[in-house]
Ligand binder design. Structure first.
Ligand code: NDP
Length: 261
């Protein structure tokens, strides 16, 4: 291995059907990894897998709901059977829904925690045995600026992402001597479906036009812009290389300087 290639590695990417996860799946494949693309929508995970195959890579779609442990375990087993031991995990599956704190329903609260935090916990536990056997592994969770800073109207999301960063830091320490690293990437607002849906919801709630809401979100970063999924996927792919072996337990901000910590 030359330090930056992922040739010979097998990656499992949750949330790989679209947005950030899709970009990560494609970038890992470009760097030589075989990729299991996981999410609930079969059409989307299969489309990304076919896209990787067209690029000359090895891939498969893995339909699974990250909130159901058995589905995650089965999906990782299918990936292992078909592609080989899974030693790279990118946990990108996520859910976000804004609401004033007093209007958060129990169902909404639970869905944030189950998807954003427990889903990553299940995926890490399902892939760790292969990493431990290999004496090498890379875990990257897509957290958010909300993992380190609070904002109004996203209390459930913020709680789930703070907890996700705590999970990553804990795993990083426990397996530091086993060739495994665990890190989180913490982006600011990205130009994806998730943000488009949030803009539509905020627009409906406030009566302000979507373009105005978008400008407000852009203004949150000192760079006055939304971030691209490719900016995230390049950082994620680097964290999965041998060259990044010293980076462990970090929550790396990708937000143009919005949260300085
Ligand atoms: P998208 O909504 O575009 O994609 C989310 C992905 O997660 C989809 O593939 C979706 O597929 C999958 N997913 C959602 N719920 C589940 C579930 N229960 N089981 C399996 N897969 C699931 O979101 P983004 O790409 O924008 O976000 C990706 C990650 O980045 C999330 O963790 C998000 O919190 C984080 N993030 C996003 C930011 C943004 O501004 N968009 C900013 C900072 C962080 P399906 O519905 O088919 O299951």
């Amino acid at each position: 291995m030359d330090g930056v290639t992922l040739a010979g590695r097998v990656a499992f990417v949750t949330g790989g059907g679209r947005g950030v996860g899709r970009a990560c799946a494609l970038e890992l494949a470009r760097r030589g990894a075989a990729v299991a693309v996981a999410a609930r929508t079969e059409e989307q995970v299969e489309a990304v897998a076919r896209e990787i195959e067209r690029l000359g890579g090895r891939a498969m779609g893995c339909v699974c709901d990250v909130t159901v442990r058995a589905e995650v375990t089965d999906a990782v087993a299918r990936a292992r059977d078909r592609l080989g031991p899974v030693t790279v995990l990118v946990a990108a599956a996520g859910f976000a829904h804004s609401a004033p704190f007093h209007e958060i329903t129990e169902e909404d609260w639970e869905r944030h925690l189950r998807t954003n935090t427990t889903g990553a916990f299940y995926a890490i536990q399902a892939t760790l045995p292969d990493m431990l056997r290999a004496g090498w592994g890379r875990i990257v969770a897509i957290a958010s600026v909300a993992a380190k800073a609070a904002s109004r109207y996203i209390a459930a999301y913020t709680t789930s992402k703070h907890a996700l960063l705590g999970l990553i830091r804990s795993v990083a320490l426990e397996y530091a001597e086993r060739g495994i690293t665990a890190n989180a990437v913490c982006p600011g607002y990205l130009d994806t479906d998730m943000t488009a849906q949030n803009i539509a919801r905020m627009s409906a709630r406030t009566g302000r036009p979507p373009e105005e809401i978008r400008r407000i979100l852009e203004g949150l970063s000192p760079q006055k812009r939304l971030f691209t999924v490719e900016e995230v996927s390049h950082l994620v792919a680097f964290l999965c290389t041998d060259a990044a072996r010293g980076i462990n337990g970090q929550g790396i901000m990708l937000d143009g300087g919005m949260v300085l910590s």
